[in-house]
Write a protein that binds this ligand. Structure first.
Ligand code: MSP
Length: 631
């Protein structure tokens, strides 16, 4: 069975952020899932490179539009390479093949009488590249979608006869399960029922776009960026050219954000009807990632860079968080604290713990080699029925595009497996000489880990592959078929040892960081010298430095203050090697209340300067006596 999965093509006026990554990761997740199920999948992503907004951004940077779009498109491509996105085609709307397809579509729509010439007079939002009728505008002059100031334009334009398709659109929407979540479909139906106006599909006041094929002498029209962009979904399959991959089109699963619903659920199907093509099978409409309830924006400086997060917390942990934290279709708040909580509770405590205790017992009691006969599993038939019930229900949640529910259910499997360990107490059974029972239990747990890792693969491809490798299994569709579809077990196992797969992340450092940030935000009042004098900052020499065990951020330092020696825990492990610190003089906040970090006492705080992503120690310009006071 074939399937076609698309992401929106991203505007190149902005560098990629967590919202863009979310859409693409969702598409990647669905592709990996469908491939495991043995389907032939074609995934498309790319960049949307024309339009007035892009032309302006290039001008602001003093670059030619082509140079500008080349550089930003590459940033998206690089990010998808970094995240190992399994796409089959990356389309750019500045490609010649795409341009030709778009011109062909224009001609075809013209030939069936859907395009006519007129004049557009009204509001246009450059940021959304969208027209608005007076009845849609709530605040005079402001875009109803993004709130920005709109332009009033008056220019000659070709129009697409959108109103002609009103009834057919309603029929399609009312008779098909084509939009997920369903409440979005209602929104679209309401919008259409209020009446559709024809759509202006060419512009004459700028040049950065695809020229219409039937140019007249007196005016130069470029095709409206949304008509150009939407057509990428078929031009990438060869429409209007060699048609190489057009057989995928009938099975289109399209991911979009809620902000571009109208374009995909009204304009796009109308364009397809005009071209005599099938409509998409499904539109999956996700919500927005916000920061403390606010939309991300460059001007607010609250844009989250997905690579930075992945570098600190792991690519797969970020994927897990994005899929698990919000119910698909809803908005979500992105916070590091919420991400750490998910890593520590779901990943480290539940799955990581299950894997390490299973491996630990298999090693201790059976030197990592397990072998039982089939009947031995019968004594766990009750739990087995439960495992099977959950695992076989998982498909439903992908089918309804509810990845968070899928994961919630999958975690019930890991929860139940952990509960079995607590219930059967294998260490007690071993003492009582029931090693065969323990072996059977461990074989069952290994099979559950294999099944769980296969089910988790679409969301966490790297970590799942690592878990499966313990059992010498690959995340491939024949394995998925054996372990999940047919619910089979392997009874003879030789395990490989691995270290902690999900190390816990310390929360203290982050809390401290956040506390400091919010304190600073709140205290925008000035301090006087008496306040400063409360700080006792002294110079000390680092005598010893070592990593704090189980922490990848903390170093344990022994400091010499002349009269005293003290231990300070400092979050600089990712910025300095312990040995390189010995003998260095640093500034230390001496009268800070002592705290325990990761079980280690810390008396004082080493002062650092934050330079972008790195921390740099503050040091005296030349050696001074240890204990010297900073004033
Ligand atoms: N170029 C158009 C799409 C054309 S598709 C034929 C466009 N590009 S975009 O770069 O602005 O947005 C692309 C996708 O990123 C949209 O699905 C949008 O919803 C998503 N996101 C952008 N910011 C987002 C968040 N903060 N959160 C989640 N996704 C959001 O629109």
């Amino acid at each position: 069975m074939k399937s076609f999965i698309t992401t929106p093509i991203y505007y190149v006026n902005d560098i990629p952020h967590i919202g863009h990554a979310y859409t693409t990761l969702l598409a990647d997740m669905l592709k990996r899932y469908q491939k495991l199920k043995g389907m032939e999948v074609f995934m498309l992503t790319g960049t949307d490179e024309h339009g007035q907004k892009i032309e302006q951004s290039a001008k602001n940077k003093n670059q030619s539009p082509q140079d500008y779009v080349d550089s930003i498109s590459l940033k998206f491509k690089d990010l998808w390479t970094y995240f190992n996105i399994d796409y089959d085609r990356f389309i750019r709307t500045t490609e010649i093949k795409h341009k030709m397809s778009v011109q062909k579509a224009f001609e075809k729509m013209q030939a069936v009488g859907d395009i006519y010439k007129g004049e557009y007079e009204g509001h246009y939002c450059i940021s959304c590249e969208s027209y608005f009728t007076p009845s849609q505008i709530q605040i005079q002059g402001k875009c109803p979608d993004c709130g920005r100031e709109m332009q009033i334009i008056k220019e000659e334009s070709y129009f697409f006869a959108l109103s002609k398709y009103q009834d057919r659109l309603l029929e399609w929407l009312n008779n098909n399960d084509c939009i997920y979540p369903a409440f979005r479909k209602k929104e679209v139906i309401n919008f259409i029922e209020n009446g559709l106006s024809d759509l202006s599909i060419t512009r004459t006041s700028f040049e950065w776009g695809i020229p219409i094929p039937t140019q007249e002498k007196d005016s130069f029209h470029v095709i409206y960026v949304w008509l150009d962009a939407l057509l990428n979904y078929i031009s990438a399959l060869g429409w209007g050219d060699n048609e190489n991959n057009m057989e995928f089109w009938g099975e289109a699963h399209q991911f979009i954000g809620k902000d571009i619903l109208r374009f995909h659920a009204i304009y796009w199907p109308a364009f397809l009807m005009s071209l005599g093509l099938e409509l998409p099978k499904r539109l999956y409409v996700h919500g927005w990632w916000l920061i403390e309830g606010i939309k991300m924006s460059k001007s607010l400086g609250n844009v989250i860079n997905p690579k930075e997060i992945a570098e600190s917390f792991g690519k797969d942990c970020l994927r897990y968080f994005l899929m698990r934290e919000v119910s698909f279709g809803q908005d979500g708040d992105f916070s590091k604290l919420a991400l750490i909580n998910r890593i520590n509770s779901d990943l480290a405590n539940e799955l990581g713990n299950l894997l390490s205790r299973t491996l630990g017992m298999a090693e201790k009691y059976f030197t990592l080699k397990l072998n039982i006969n089939e009947q031995s599993l019968n004594e766990f038939s009750q739990e087995n029925t439960e495992f099977n019930k959950i695992l076989s229900s998982l498909d439903e949640w992908i089918d309804k595009m509810q990845p968070s529910r899928y994961l919630e259910e999958l975690w019930k499997v890991f929860g139940l497996a952990n509960m079995m360990v607590a219930r059967y107490e294998p260490w007690v059974l071993m003492k009582n000489g029931q090693s065969e029972r323990v072996q059977s239990l461990l074989v069952l747990l290994c099979n559950i880990l294999i099944k769980g890792a296969l089910a988790l693969y679409p969301i966490m491809p790297e970590k799942s592959a690592e878990i499966l490798d313990v059992f010498s299994i690959k995340p491939e569709s024949n394995m998925y078929d054996f372990f999940i579809t047919q619910n089979k077990f392997i009874l003879n196992l030789e395990l490989k040892k691995i270290g902690a797969i999900f190390p816990k992340v310390e929360i203290e450092i982050l809390q401290e960081e956040q506390k400091q940030e919010s304190n600073l935000k709140q205290q925008d009042q000035l301090i006087d010298i008496a306040d400063f004098k409360k700080l006792d900052i002294r110079i000390a020499t680092i005598l010893e430095a070592e990593y704090v065990s189980k922490s990848n951020k903390l170093l344990k330092l022994k400091l010499d203050f002349g009269m005293y020696q003290r231990q300070v825990i400092s979050g600089i492990a990712q910025h300095y090697l312990p040995d390189s610190l010995i003998g260095k003089q640093v500034c230390v906040l001496f009268n800070l209340k002592p705290v325990k970090l990761m079980g280690e006492m810390s008396e004082g705080m080493i002062l650092t300067a934050k330079d972008k992503d790195s921390l740099r120690l503050i040091m005296p310009e030349m050696p001074v006596q240890n204990g010297s006071v900073i004033s």
